[in-house]
Design a protein around this ligand. Sequence first.
Ligand code: CU
Length: 719
Amino acid sequence: MIPSTRNSRDRTCITPLLLGLVISLVPITGAAGATVVESDLFIEEKTVEIAGQVSRALAINGQIPAPTLRWKEGDTARIRVHNGLDTSSSVHWHGLLVPNGQDGVPGLTNVPIEPGASHVFEFPLKQAGTYWYHSHSGLQEQRGLYGAIVIEEATPSPSFDRDHVVVLSDWTSEKPEEILRLLKSGNETFSRQKGSLQTVWGAYRANGLGAMLERSINRMPPMDASDVAYDAFLTNGEEEQNLEALPGERIRLRVVNAAASSYFYLEYAGEPLEVIAADGKDVEAVDLGRVLIGVAETYDFVVQVPPAGAAEFRATAQDGSGHTSLWIGEGQKGLAQDVPPPNLYAAHHDQHAQHAQHEDGDSAPSADGHNSHNNHNSHNSHNSHNSHNNHANREDRDSVKVPERPMPPYNRLRSPVATTLPDSAPLREIRLELTGDMERYVWSFDGKTLSEADKIPVKKGEILRIVFENKTMMHHPLHLHGHFFRVLNGQASHAPLKHTVDVNPLGTTVIEFLANEEGDWFLHCHILYHMKAGMARIVHYQDWEPPAALDESRRSLLSDSWYAWADAAALSNFTEGYMTTSSTRHQLAFEWEVGWQDVPSAEYELLASYRYHFNRFYRALLGGHFQDGQNRAVFGFEALLPLNIGSQIWVDSEGEVRITVEKDLQLTSRLGAVGEVQYDTETGWEGRTLLLFNVNRFLDLAAGWHSEYGFGGGLNLRY
Ligand SMILES: [Cu+2]
């Protein structure tokens, strides 16, 4: 039974590279009188060495991160994007309100930019603030295609001594396609690397055996704060960076989380972070202690350079696997505090922190959402929470301890202006569950991936309120293209506007927006691998017809991908294993078990099968079973039982029935055990057990016992 768990081209392209070292910022006066600002972006491969690892990365104008685009509100941006890769590429303007055809999502709003081709984007800059841009093609973003956008206000607000962009990212020298394949195959290498693999020994030491048992009785997968182990976390492309600044200067830090799959705790040595904008939009200034920033969010903070020495602005990966620092000022270094690592064995993980945050005097983020169920006709009814103002926040903060691993600070964010939507617009509320199967690495909304359910219809002029209910044990940063939405966070009429919002594990987040910009807009989890694994939808305006030119690339956007992997044990007494390829629902597999003591009259058993996955608990099986000269068809079901026991029942074409149960147990980070018991109405009982000692991601040492073949030792190989 398949276990339930477990280019190098050197092209010289000197001319565009040299040209691209400077982004041309040529102001031209456009037809409507607006100044047109032109830029050229050259996408190229580049060899980099980061954290001691050399890899082929992707750069724009030779830079990782891509150059910061500095524009001015009211101007028009014209950007020529030149694709110097041998695959198609794209650029999406994250958080910018642009016409649908300028949004840069291949297959949705634009055709992919083909190798060697260029594309010109042009749009008016209708907003000020901190935003960013990135490739929306495949997994290119992970390899370096991201950069910041700063749009100055038409009439600048009080200035700061310095304005500094901080682009945070997560870095790996591995091919992201291989990362996703490993995640699909259930390979534990990343959690083992990060030390976050859950084991019986680890649970015992953390006093978490009870919680672990409870979790497995409830058929929950092991928790982890993130999926991928990274080589490094980066500040503007470097593991650490210095910002020269004079003592006492006030600096505006424009922080962009451009990581592919990492949340960060942000902290400034010794001082609170004063937040002044979130996702580009101003918020009432408020001091925050430690801030959890979700993937694809941006925050603007004001920090002060200490009177003497350098202060650390630190971003610590939420999974505790590393951090990156910006040193502000010069001299003796003042360190930011360490963030305690996650307790993976706690019954509800970060939920404890969530409660702590609620207890500190603020209303729960979901309070509005709950109110709203009774108030469909009066969407301003949540004004009842109006009592929370900036002052209250400050008092709360001073009187209670800030949690060490806080949730995102949404209940502290308050727009300086009312953000209520027109009363005249009809309100429609929908519920969207965030769902996933961690073991098969399928992520979805309402149990369906983008390839299975693509559209959320919306009518122009209506208000769409979405209640996101997270049924998974991970955070998901949800991003809606082309719109700002209100996050109903307890700030009533002054709810903040955002383009990306976190929904915490098992939590609920409610947003609403006025549907005022026709088109097809992507709504997706911004964890790159979750998006690629299916957690995405298209917000589709009724009567909107996407251009026919998009038909072909739309098909590829909506297509389902197949991944292949294999696992084989070769012991002195027998061999067993499988090779498989799987999409979201469908799986083809070839499994074998052969005792080879008595070659050539060895006993063998082969199964060639097709499986259909209904959800993470149930699947159907159809196949051909070949055992010791008997060839039969089999039909059966597989279910995940309490205690995370895998089970299988099948009937073959001769009417014989077979029942199998299987259990995997990770004892220590290196040592795992697999046990299987089988009863067949024809052949009777059979059992086997395997102890595996992990050597690397592809190899284990194995010792096994089989009821027919006895004891043996050997290797277990994985692809
Ligand atoms: Cu996600």
